[in-house]
Design a protein around this ligand. Structure first.
Ligand SMILES: *Cc1c(COP(=O)(O)O)cnc(C)c1O
Length: 513
């Protein structure tokens, strides 16, 4: 093969800048041969509305268009191109079998307005998935329609609010630990509650004493993530649940970290009343560019009557949809999503569950925890784990190892891009200084983890050797260099801080320093 040919075809891929499609095309070229306009001059067929000027679309051949968009896509980092340790996000591999099943004729071609009698299989699929979710969580009911984890939180709190109002006991406050994901306080505020922060203790867990002080008969719910965002199991979870129930409050569990405990712990057994499940985090459906996600919410018997419509019911002979409260004698608070929820995601999640089986799901959570602990143990010394002892499915580091190096967590993360890795989650959770939250998930091999560990050890050593300019200049090998993130840091959205200002400045894991 002539060498020049290889150089030419590979050339563009190496170029960092991809010109706009308008810069590459020319209006005089076209990829398709359209017939000449056959209408007589002056024709009024479109009511006289006619295009008068050229519209300036770029003209390119089909291969030119394909190559342009392929090159753009190759500038993206994705779970299909490499290790994606974005903590809390659980960037799981999306098995191709799930994609195949979701595209089967009879599944991919369904229309949401088809008569119920013609979609019995689809309703059975939703019902079966609901059965898996209630079985795995130990809670009796599930609202399938929420379209994301955050949407599930909203549905959960709206269900709780409806139940409390039905009791004639509307309440005012929702308690959220300071390590919580920002969606928790945002959801509670959106539901009209006053949000109050529960302190974390020095072990990165909910401070039970502080929780008890805050609990009173005006608390509607506590929202607790378990395992929490420090990657730690809330060891006093039974006491937390009991304390909430003692004052008549509900226990909302943020289930985003369910991947750590699937098949091993049933949240219902821990006293949870309500929990969303991010199908894209725990059950391997794609995260997508902001959607479509799916966040079913499992509910206790007490909350179930207030769950939103629609939901699937069966009498053993066939399946029906409950669309209104009059169909059921229940008290649904309303509807949160068009049609039945993200059906395509239901298909993928169920395909995953059934191909894994109960034993496979148990194995996945064990492997996720093992991988995170391997990373934490191997990097201990080079970097600084935020807490001592084993973690669950994600390993949390702080920036003590960067002390006096002039390198920040952000600089460190940017340098990882040049190593070929997507950075971990940084500066979250807020309770740890300069947090770096690494979540490898279960499907990564030891070889991949070892490469990652080697890279991070090298960077840590480089930082400690005083080469801070290297870090401040990173990334050098990305399609875009560093953006001005100080602007983002000033945005009110990204600046949520726990209400307790005094300790927010003092990381909980560095109390002794
Ligand atoms: C991802 C996440 C959420 C929000 O879920 P989405 O599906 O992204 O809306 C909430 N809480 C925690 C702890 C999370 O990690």
């Amino acid at each position: 093969m002539p060498e020049t040919g290889a150089t030419i075809s590979g050339h563009r891929g190496l170029q960092l800048e991809e010109p706009l499609i308008f810069e590459q095309g020319s209006p005089s070229k076209t990829a398709v041969d359209l017939p000449e306009n056959a209408l007589p001059a002056g024709s009024e067929r479109l009511g006289g509305v006619r295009r008068r000027d050229t519209i300036g679309l770029p003209g390119l051949s089909e291969p030119e268009v394909v190559r342009h968009y392929l090159r753009l896509s190759q500038k993206n980092y994705s779970i299909d191109s490499g290790l994606f340790t974005l903590g809390s996000c659980t960037m799981k591999h999306n098995p191709r079998l799930n994609e195949k099943v979701a595209r089967l004729p009879g599944i991919g071609d369904l229309h949401p307005l088809q008569p119920v009698s013609s979609v019995q299989g689809a309703l059975e699929l939703i019902h079966t998935l609901a059965h898996w979710l209630t079985t795995l969580t130990g809670l009796p009911a599930v609202a399938m329609s929420p379209a994301a984890g955050a949407h599930g939180e909203l549905v959960g709190l709206m269900t709780i609010r409806a139940a409390l109002e039905d009791r004639g006991d509307p309440r005012k406050r929702v308690l959220v630990p300071e390590s919580a994901h920002g969606t928790n306080p945002a959801t509670a505020a959106a539901c009209g509650y006053t949000v109050e922060t529960i302190d974390a203790d020095a072990r990165g867990r909910v401070d039970l004493g502080h929780l008890r002080e805050q609990l009173a008969s005006d608390v509607a719910a506590i929202m607790v993530t378990n395992p929490n965002t420090c990657g730690l199991f809330e060891s006093e979870i039974l006491d937390i649940a009991a304390a909430a129930h003692d004052v008549g409050a509900f226990f909302y569990c943020d289930g985003a970290n369910f991947n750590a405990i699937v098949g091993r712990v049933r949240p219902g057994d821990l006293g949870v009343d309500c929990m969303h499940i991010n199908l894209h985090k725990t059950f391997s459906t794609p995260h997508g560019g902001g959607g479509p996600g799916s966040g079913p919410v499992v509910l206790s018997q007490e909350l179930a009557p207030f769950a939103p419509v629609p939901y699937v019911v069966t009498d053993g002979n066939g399946y029906a949809l409950v669309e209104h409260s009059r169909d059921s004698g229940q008290k649904p608070f309303g509807r949160v999503k068009g049609f039945h929820g993200q059906f395509g995601m239901f298909v993928r999640a169920l395909a995953y569950m059934m191909s894994m089986g109960a034993d496979g799901l148990r194995q996945a959570s064990a492997d996720a925890v093992l991988n995170a602990n391997y990373i934490m143990a191997e990097l201990d010394g080079a970097m600084t784990p935020a807490f001592s002892g084993p973690c669950m499915h994600e390993a949390l580091f702080d920036d003590r190892f960067l002390k006096d190096s002039g390198v920040t967590t952000l600089d460190f993360a940017k340098a990882m891009i040049d190593e070929g890795f997507h950075p971990m989650t940084v500066y979250f959770p807020l309770v740890v200084h300069g947090a770096m939250l690494v979540e490898p998930t279960e499907t990564e091999s030891k070889e991949t983890l070892d490469q990652f560990i080697e890279s991070l050890r090298g960077l840590a050593q480089r930082a400690k050797s005083g080469d801070s300019d290297y870090f401040r200049g990173a990334p050098r090998l990305a399609p875009r260099r560093r953006l001005d993130e100080t602007k983002a840091a000033r945005s009110p959205v990204l600046r949520w801080r726990p209400t307790r200002d005094t300790k927010a400045e003092k990381p909980i894991n560095q109390a002794a320093e």
